[in-house]
Ligand binder design. Structure first.
Ligand SMILES: *Cc1c(COP(=O)(O)O)cnc(C)c1O
Length: 362
């Protein structure tokens, strides 16, 4: 039986990667903002359509540094329908997450519920563009301006997504993209921050390199979160194929939709108007279907298809957070209990999608 996993990392050919890392063996410059790092930084920034970009060894540390660079304090309004990283970044920074519920269609923060959660302690909103769906960036921007709050987007899922012709990383104060192996675009591990205010760079750069501001001065308590040359080389290689990869994902999504649309008890993500999507995930919510989510997942795995209960549990149900923080999130909880993300990656064939759908529908 051939196994189909929920995702498969995109990679260049072995030869192509070897060619890309050859200069490293000649220069012996392995990390600390080397020439490949800088070339990749420029190329990924222009692909994302952003003014400023800083590269990191992973997305999570990038998120933590965004929080530090913006000087956040007190409470941060966020959602629990996300990967552990978002909530951990807030708590690990000594801040208090306040959980806002999500929109039942897009699974992103319900912007109409943000204002009621704002107090004198609130310093920021940290929404998540979930599965490749974009948040209501305009409404969030209006609220942030009205209450003088910072906005950090967890953009881990939205590499390459645009609203109109504007790159998604150009909204809010800072956005964090993850380049983890399982994401639409990878540098093995890796990530970046994008931001429109160039002056932030003077905080972000030292924070990712021990707070070092010049050879003999350390002006802030920093960490080590630099991207190395081997990661950047993988990024340069993968960037060449990103449009092709996203096009293949789009075909897989089309094949799924052709079979699963308009079936009683199966709810698919909406196609957001005016948004260039990246088809990062294919989430399906089972509500009133003849089998529940867990039964479908079980049946699929018996047939060698490994879908994922993503995001389950939601972060405010984790044992380390349960009952500790403010905010009711019944919509997020319900989606989390009924959602399954089906296999989705560049190269997933139409026949494979058909096979997966047949198992579900039978
Ligand atoms: C992957 C992911 C992260 C963390 O990124 P890493 O690069 O793995 O550290 C953060 N938030 C979300 C929503 C993610 O999916």
């Amino acid at each position: 039986m051939t196994k189909i996993n929920v995702t498969r990392s995109s990679m260049p050919s072995y030869e192509e990667y070897c060619e890309a890392i050859k200069p490293i063996f000649e220069s012996k410059w392995l990390t600390n903002m080397g020439p490949i790092h800088n070339e990749f930084m420029d190329k990924v920034g222009s692909y994302l359509g952003v003014d400023n970009v800083s590269l990191f060894t992973n997305g999570h540390l990038a998120l933590c540094i965004a929080i530090r660079a913006l000087g956040l304090t007190g409470e941060v309004i966020t959602t629990p329908f996300t990967f552990a990283s978002t909530t951990h970044a807030i708590v690990d920074s000594g801040l208090t997450p306040v959980f806002c519920d999500v929109n039942p269609d897009t699974y992103t923060i319900d912007a109409d519920k943000i204002e009621a959660l704002i107090t004198d302690e609130t310093s920021a909103i940290m929404p998540v563009h979930v599965y490749g769906n974009v948040c209501d960036v305009e409404k969030i921007d209006t609220i942030a301006k009205k209450y003088n709050l910072k906005v950090i987007y967890d953009a881990a899922h939205v590499f390459g997504v645009k609203i109109g012709d504007r790159g998604i990383g150009s909204f809010g104060d800072v956005s964090m993209f993850s380049f983890h192996a399982t994401k639409v675009f990878n540098t093995i591990e890796g990530g970046c921050l994008t931001y429109s205010n160039k002056s932030l760079e003077s905080k972000i750069s030292p924070l990712r390199n021990f707070g070092i501001t010049s050879p003999e001065s350390v002006d802030m308590v920093g960490t080590n979160a630099k991207m190395n040359e081997f990661q950047a080389a993988m990024g340069l290689c993968n960037l060449k194929y990103i449009d092709e990869n996203i096009a293949e994902r789009k075909l897989a999504e089309k094949a799924y939709r052709a079979r699963l649309e308009n079936i009683d008890g199966i709810k698919l993500s909406p196609v957001q108007e005016g948004v260039t999507q990246n088809h990062a995930y294919f989430p399906v919510v089972f509500e009133g279907f003849k089998y529940n989510r867990d039964e479908v997942a079980q049946k699929l795995s018996e047939n060698g298809v490994f879908a994922r209960k993503y995001f389950y549990p939601i972060t405010n149900e984790f044992s380390c957070y349960k009952g500790k923080y403010r905010g009711e999130t019944p919509v997020a909880k319900k989606i989390s209990e009924n959602v399954l993300t089906l296999p989705m990656y560049a190269g997933l064939t139409e026949d494979e999608v058909k096979m997966i759908c047949d198992i579900i529908l039978k």
